[in-house]
Ligand binder design. Structure first.
Ligand SMILES: [Zn+2]
Length: 283
């Protein structure tokens, strides 16, 4: 029985979750007196969706410290928009939950046993801090972009399981990033902008990891952050070969690789579309 978690973004350090079974959906199911305005444990749209197939969102009560982050997630309808786009793109014959919860510093991730994507309220604070420390403020749009990319990345793990694609850990992580890029690039200019914001996040995150190197005892199956940044940038330029490249991008994407990005992206996109064929929605 596989119980490994696939961690996504998030800057929490240390162990993977051990208490897999301790995760309780809709923790403390009664609507407490201190329920904050605008946040419900289950979105009203979701409570009508018990028969709904595909990606289904759930909101757990946030911890005291995460209330503001939870309100932001709710107000910006990040979960609704991302799951809506996923469900419009692929049709699952079962439910896969996308759960927002307080993770106590652990990163957002996919739990294959429960078919559950976990998006952490605390990630919102971490991402905001990362951008704001770099002078990007307000960082609302950036935070939304990273969350959306995270949801797509974690959803890709579920899809990879569903399709029984056989990949090594690293290849699966790279494929999940590629799926996230695919979903974002399908959205046109808004998605492209969001993909670019995630490139910046990976760059900032790489810098932060340099600073905090030494307390890093985690095992990370993902490609290094700068590689992930370069890959996303390559897909972005590769999807629009005529686009003028920002000279600053050469740091991440030197010309020898950049010239091959149109081909690289075409291969990535075609591979995913071929794999997705059995569950793609007809258009
Ligand atoms: Zn992953």
């Amino acid at each position: 029985m596989r119980i490994s978690m696939r961690r996504g973004r998030g800057h929490g350090r240390g162990r993977l979750w051990a208490g897999l079974l301790a995760i309780v959906l809709l923790a403390g199911c009664t609507a407490s007196d201190d329920a904050i305005e605008g946040i419900e444990e289950t979105d009203p749209d979701v409570s009508r969706s018990l028969e709904q197939l595909g990606f289904v969102i759930r909101f757990e009560q946030p911890s005291e410290a995460d209330r503001g982050h939870a309100a932001f997630l709710h107000d910006r309808k990040v979960m609704e928009a991302a799951s809506g786009r996923l469900n419009a793109f692929v049709g699952l014959d079962h439910q896969a939950f996308v759960v927002a919860r307080s993770c106590g510093g652990e990163g957002s991730e996919y739990d294959p046993e429960a078919k559950r994507i976990v998006i952490c309220y605390d990630q919102i604070g971490e991402e905001r801090e990362l951008f704001e420390r770099a002078g990007d403020r307000p960082a609302d749009d950036e935070v939304v972009a990273v969350l959306v990319e995270t949801i797509y990345h974690e959803a890709a793990h579920h899809i990879i399981d569903t399709l029984h694609l056989s990949l090594t850990e690293r290849a699966e992580e790279d494929a999940a990033d590629q799926f996230a890029a695919l979903l974002l690039l399908r959205q046109g200019a808004d998605g492209e902008r969001q993909l670019l914001m995630t490139v910046r996040e990976y760059e900032l995150s790489a810098t932060q990891d340099d600073v905090t190197a030494g307390d890093n005892d985690r095992k990370d199956e993902h490609s290094p952050d700068l590689v992930r940044a370069a890959n996303h940038l390559c897909y972005l330029y590769g999807s629009a070969p005529g686009r003028q490249r920002d000279p600053a991008s050469e740091r991440l994407l030197p010309p020898p690789r950049a010239t091959g990005c149109a081909n690289e992206w075409a291969q990535v996109r075609d591979a995913w579309m071929k794999n997705l064929a059995p569950i793609l929605r007809k258009r």
